[in-house]
Design a protein around this ligand. Structure first.
Ligand code: ADP
Ligand code: 5GP
Length: 207
């Protein structure tokens, strides 16, 4: 059955420690489902090897980030690992209005900001690594940051994990296929919810 319905899109907010596997899972969801797009954040950090401006992130400098903050262009923004990250209000709400679901890979501070303004429209998913040691190995395996940065990210990870109680779903990303199935199930469940299906059911029957 098609998931297309006369409704606003939902927001799937994915958080979790760096190296847990959020981007890997997000990419698979967007490739596998129709009607869902990845929110491309703005950041002041430099691109990693293999990253392209406008694909993983929009890379901007501090002055442009300040301008966007001043102009109220961010739906949420936060400082993570001494760099700044923000979500474009216009991009995300524009997609939602067109009935397109949006997947956001944002940190716990950003998720908490959305919870204040958009609680009902969001599904909150926390991706955990199987252990901190495995997280360290994955960060090393990604091969893009030095030891000092890895240890700083793991320290932040332990703080972020304390916020897991604010989320609707937890995925422990041990086996990638299993994690993907679970994330796919969350997307399908949201698209099957009363909130998502109500107007379509109403259109078809005299409810
Ligand atoms: P995040 O976006 O959370 O920082 P990534 O998606 O970049 O994490 O994943 C970090 C590294 O771990 C990548 O090299 C990715 O290929 C790898 N990875 C992701 N999920 C798994 C998994 N289930 N098992 C093993 N390696 C994984
Ligand atoms: P990375 O630099 O490893 O890609 O991301 C570092 C952290 O920034 C991750 O926890 C990621 O979820 C978070 N992040 C990425 N984009 C945004 C955003 O737009 N807003 C917020 N608050 N966090 C973001």
């Amino acid at each position: 059955m098609s998931d297309k319905a006369n409704r606003e899109g939902s927001l799937f907010v994915v958080s979790g420690p760096s190296g847990a596997g959020k981007s890997t899972l997000a990419k698979r969801v967007v490739e596998s489902f129709d009607g869902i797009e990845f929110s491309i954040s703005y950041t002041t950090r430099l691109p990693r090897q293999g990253e392209t401006n406008g694909v993983e992130y929009r890379f901007i400098d501090d002055a442009e980030f300040d301008r966007m903050v001043e102009a109220g262009e961010f739906l949420e923004y936060a400082g993570v690992h001494s760099k700044r990250y923000g979500t474009s209000r216009e991009d995300v709400l524009g997609l939602c209005k067109r009935g397109i679901d949006v997947l956001l890979d944002i940190d716990v501070q950003g998720a908490a900001q959305l919870a204040k303004s958009l609680k009902e429209s969001c599904v909150y998913i926390f991706v955990l690594p199987p252990s901190i040691e495995e997280c360290r190995e994955r960060l090393k395996g990604r091969g893009d940051i030095d030891d000092e940065f890895i240890e700083a990210r793991l320290k932040t990870a332990l703080l972020e994990i304390k916020e897991v109680g604010a989320y609707d779903y937890i995925i422990i990303n041990e086996d990638l296929e299993d994690s993907m199935e679970r994330l796919f199930a969350v997307v399908t469940a949201e698209r099957t919810s009363l909130k998502a299906m109500w107007s379509r059911a109403k259109e078809s029957f005299d409810i």
